[in-house]
Design a protein around this ligand. Structure first.
Ligand SMILES: Cc1cc2nc3c(=O)[nH]c(=O)nc-3n(C[C@H](O)[C@H](O)[C@H](O)COP(=O)(O)O)c2cc1C
Length: 276
């Protein structure tokens, strides 16, 4: 099985799925992951369900549409979390940890933010007024061939491209970029942040190191539409925190999340990690 760092490196958004059914053993493993989600850094645990598409169509009269972005997916993971200022961060964190486990099971996924029918999932998840559904993902085996949409270059972005390390990670202030040092275990954890998926591949994470603290910020991009339901760039930050934490855990580093007031720059502050 792949390590977390390896799984993070090989994961790609899969938009075209094989029609192969998932066997009972695998479905069991997926359901196990969904029944035991990680608590987010802000303390909320989202809840998730696995939906098999034809079944959902017959029993619940829902279509699970994704407006053509995803082809042939037979299974979807939907989820919800209690609404609050950082709900999307906890959701992104929790679902990305599941997505990395699914990658280790050789399954494909794709974060879907704006382009799905939320109503269907509200019915299936039986959400209350205080819960929100930030994103979903299909899950299944990747198709051998790329979809027509992919071949025509109609998918939103080239997911393989990432900005250099120095564009995202700094020491003390934003004018002082960090250069990647493979000997530094925290640089390795930040490198996993750099590999993270993000809405429209905008990579909005910025991290400022200050002594033993790592402060996480959002560099907002107005191009990323915040639907009335969800703040996709907060989901991106949650995903980044999951990658960072997996890097920390896999290298046996110790520390804790801390909500502080670093005041080091004008960007939108999210949370800090204090290394022991
Ligand atoms: C919060 C979030 C929402 C996304 N929403 C969509 C979407 O609605 N449709 C889509 O095709 N891809 C969506 N993506 C996938 C991104 O475009 C993709 O992660 C990014 O381009 C990087 O590519 P990669 O995942 O292959 O590394 C979303 C990703 C994230 C993190």
């Amino acid at each position: 099985m792949l390590t977390y760092a390896e799984a993070i490196r090989v994961r790609r958004s899969i938009r075209n799925y094989s029609k192969q059914v998932l066997d009972a053993k695998l479905l069991n493993k997926i359901n196990n992951l969904l029944e035991n989600p990680s608590k987010g850094p802000f303390g909320n645990t989202p809840r998730f369900i696995l939906v098999e598409k034809p079944e959902a169509r017959q029993q619940q009269k829902v279509k699970l549409g994704t407006y053509g972005f995803i082809s042939n997916a037979g299974y979807f993971i939907g989820g919800c979390v209690e609404k609050f200022e950082f709900a999307e961060v906890d959701y992104g964190y929790s679902l990305e940890r599941i997505i990395i486990e699914l990658t280790r099971l050789e399954l494909g996924t794709c974060w879907v933010g704006g382009t799905f029918k939320r109503k269907d999932y509200e019915i299936l998840l039986k959400t209350t007024d205080s819960e929100t559904i930030p994103c979903i993902t299909p899950v299944g085996y990747k198709a051998e061939k790329k979809s027509l949409r992919e071949r025509l270059g109609l998918t939103l972005t080239d997911g393989s491209k990432r900005n250099p390390f120095e564009m995202h990670f700094f020491e003390n202030h934003l004018e002082n970029p960090l250069s990647f040092n493979p000997e530094d275990k925290y640089h390795n954890a930040l490198e996993l942040v750099r590999r993270a998926p993000s809405a429209v591949n905008k990579q909005p994470w910025r991290v400022i190191k200050q002594d033993n603290k790592y402060h996480f910020y959002i560099f907002r991009d107005k191009m990323v539409g915040n639907t009335k339901n969800t703040d996709l760039q907060k989901v991106d930050l949650g995903i980044a925190l999951a990658h960072f934490k997996l890097g920390v855990e896999e290298q046996f580093l110790k520390g804790k999340w801390h909500i502080g007031k670093p005041g080091l720059c004008d960007l939108e502050y999210v949370i800090s990690w204090i290394a022991e």
